[in-house]
Design a protein around this ligand. Structure first.
Ligand SMILES: [Zn+2]
Length: 470
């Protein structure tokens, strides 16, 4: 018997060229049939009249760790319509060991952060240490590594060597750009692009964040970033849609500990000290991340200040510093062949409350900046193709029944379905456990630990370069 039939939704499946009102039958976690008026009997039905059905959303940049103030990242992405995500720093062990308590039914691929004192002995690891770090990350269940140039910059030759060694080991490598020579801005972006050349695979994280007008102006920076990505088709990239960033808002000796926080205060016209930070929270220019027991959310105003002060400023927070123009252009720009310049939507969310691929992405559709088909390409198909998940990103017969049902009027996810299980419906969560997307080198460890996993195809840079044209 069929497990679920989703009825009368507008099915938008770019890969299979479907854009019509249909029913979807799901059996054993797979798509069994997509057609009009399915008459089979089934265990349960979802009425999707007036809704849009797309292949399950894949957020290509989140943080699922439990150590950042709260353990609710999985719940937050399930609520936001996300079925699968690429976690961009791990720690792998933190994510794997938190599955029994934090699991909400989503799929997670993990990148382990290259960080001195945590995963590396020094900020100048030898080639041997680099290789063993990459291999260890892969065998423990991650699909690759992340360079944290924006927060913990390494020398340029070391970052370059990590990209080369990752290519040799066919490992995913992502870079939040920045080195000891250049910052997390358009200069660091130029540097990262030239490190990758035109032949090595590199995932450049959150392209929009290097186009905040720190060096020249927002429009020039995003225009240059788009041109460089077109010239370097070997680079995979994502950008996010929220105005909010994420940073630590700790004040020590009357100055912010984080350089990012100082830059934000300056940009928004606040003094670079305790009082400046306090006023930014008070006037809602900044929010403080708090755990409400179910999700993480941002507090500002008097309540935010009280929470921040009662924690001796040891908090994570957000400033609204991502300019609309760079977010818009990075979201919509196309290559000469009609494929997207920036491959995927992302949020840099998860535990940060800015999981807005649906909320803000559907505004782009309403604005007329992209069609629903193009939205589905950026929200799902391109991520599945890059990750080597041939049974995700589309709704063809036999595909994984990973489905997001959207309410376009409300700009909200109506349902999140993963492997045929409804993990979220109308804001209620039902999911348990987590499936880890792994490289074949991580399979043995995950099997031994009894962790549910799904094997991805090996990284295929030439396939990533053959971009889907909507
Ligand atoms: Zn991030």
């Amino acid at each position: 018997m069929i497990d679920i039939i989703i009825r009368n939704g507008l099915v938008v499946d770019p890969l299979n060229n479907i854009n019509a009102v249909k029913d979807i039958a799901v059996e054993d976690g797979k798509i069994q049939e997509v057609k009009e008026g399915i008459s089979l009997s089934c265990a349960s039905e979802i009425d999707a009249s007036g809704k849009i059905i797309i292949p399950g959303i894949i957020d290509m940049h989140t943080h699922m760790r439990t150590v950042l103030g709260h353990p609710h990242a999985q719940r937050m992405i399930a609520l936001a319509g996300v079925c699968t995500t690429l976690d961009m720093a791990g720690p792998t062990e933190d994510i794997l060991s938190s599955i029994p308590t934090s699991g909400s039914g989503v799929n997670i691929a993990i990148l382990e952060a290259a960080r001195e004192g945590f995963t590396l002995k020094s900020s100048r690891p030898s080639v041997t240490e680099q290789r063993s770090f990459i291999e260890k990350s892969l065998t423990s269940g991650a699909i690759g590594i992340k360079l944290l140039g924006g927060h913990f910059p390494m020398d340029l030759d070391i970052s370059e060597s990590f990209i080369e060694e990752s290519a040799r080991l066919n490992s995913w490598v992502a870079w939040h750009v920045g080195s000891t020579s250049h910052g997390s801005n358009i200069e660091g972006f130029r540097e990262a692009v030239s490190c990758a050349g035109t032949d090595k695979f590199l995932h450049i994280a959150h392209v929009n964040s290097y186009c905040r007008g720190q060096i020249s102006n927002e429009l020039d920076e995003v225009t240059e970033a788009m041109a460089l990505l077109i010239q370097h088709p070997n680079i995979f990239s994502e950008s996010y849609l929220s105005p909010l960033n994420g940073t630590r808002v700790i004040i020590k000796d009357n100055v912010p500990l984080s350089k990012v926080t100082s830059t934000c205060l300056k940009k928004l016209g606040y003094s670079n000290d305790y009082l400046g930070m306090k006023n930014a929270i008070l006037e809602s220019a900044a929010g403080i991340l708090v755990d409400d027991g179910k999700i993480g959310k941002l507090l500002s105003g008097r309540e935010g200040v009280a929470y921040w002060e009662s924690n001796n400023t040891m908090c994570t927070g957000s400033f609204a510093v991502n300019p609309a123009v760079s977010r818009f252009i990075a979201a919509t720009a196309k290559r000469p062949d009609g494929s997207f310049v920036v491959d995927s939507f992302s949020t840099d969310g998860g535990c940060y409350p800015r999981n807005v691929i649906v909320e803000n992405g559907l505004l782009l559709v309403k604005f007329g900046a992209m069609s629903l088909k193009e939205y589905a390409v950026k929200a799902s198909l391109n991520g599945a193709r890059a990750l080597g998940l041939s049974t995700k990103g589309h709704l063809g017969e036999g595909a994984d029944a990973d489905i997001t049902i959207l309410d376009l009027q409300k700009e909200r996810a109506f349902a999140t379905i993963v492997g045929g299980r409804v993990i979220m419906l109308e804001g209620n969560l039902f999911g348990k456990g987590t499936t880890i997307i792994c490289d074949e080198r991580g399979e043995a460890t995950l099997r031994k630990r009894g962790i549910k996993y799904q094997l991805k195809n090996p990284l295929n840079p030439s396939q990533i370069q053959k971009r889907f044209i909507p």
